[in-house]
Design a protein around this ligand. Sequence first.
Ligand code: BTN
Length: 263
Amino acid sequence: MSEISLSAHKITDRLAKKEIKITILETVDSTNTYLKKSITDASLEGEVVIAASQSAGRGRLGRSFYSPNGSGIYMSILLRPQFSPEKAVLITAAAAVAVCEACESLGSKRAEIKWVNDVYINSKKVCGILTEGAINPENSNFEYAILGIGVNVFAPEDGFGADLREIAGAAFSDPEPYLRERLCAEIINRFMDYYSSIRNKDFLVEYKKRCFTVGKMVTVISGDSATDATAIALDDDCRMLVEYPDGEREYIASGEISIKPKK
Ligand code: BTN
């Protein structure tokens, strides 16, 4: 097993943008929550918080994200998006592609995306992404967004709990030294690159190629309702076109809706 703590300079040495402010923590409740609390008007886009473990890691739709020590990376990036909050999914999608490419660049097996925010390797979830934001009530623009990325780099020492074993996996099988740090830097570099020209959607072709949800039978879950459908295609705003058994079609935006591929 690699060192439990993360080495700051093993990350910063590999960053393309040396001016990025990085805070490395041994443990925290949630890097998204920590970053949110620390934001001031002077906080700059690109600031990153990385933790070696989280005691209350958060996922989409109020779920928790298991964040044990020593085997994963848990990070949050502060963004000041200059586009409509309705397009926040583009941040998540660009990050998903950045994670896939970063893992593969360090020798993982092929990484794929479960719409909208999960990365899978060997048919197991190895990464979850949670983008949260604050909206300025006066103009409905973003005040800031926080991109949270959690990756199971290696399998946890005690394995995944019974509730996760079926779904969760690790991106790498061998705990090589400093792989967590190298992966952090690869993800940050690749994501910031896509984000700097996010309007061009340079990540979209890869996102569509890697999205294994398309073509599958899915359950569309919205609040208490769960409806069977077929995922037909993604549009250029990462909305999923689904077709219900009665032939009706609908574009689903990620928001509060999730879709679950049927086995
Ligand atoms: C999901 O699987 O639904 C998303 C999980 C997102 C987890 C990351 S870990 C870093 C950041 N801090 C959190 O509390 N959550 C995100």
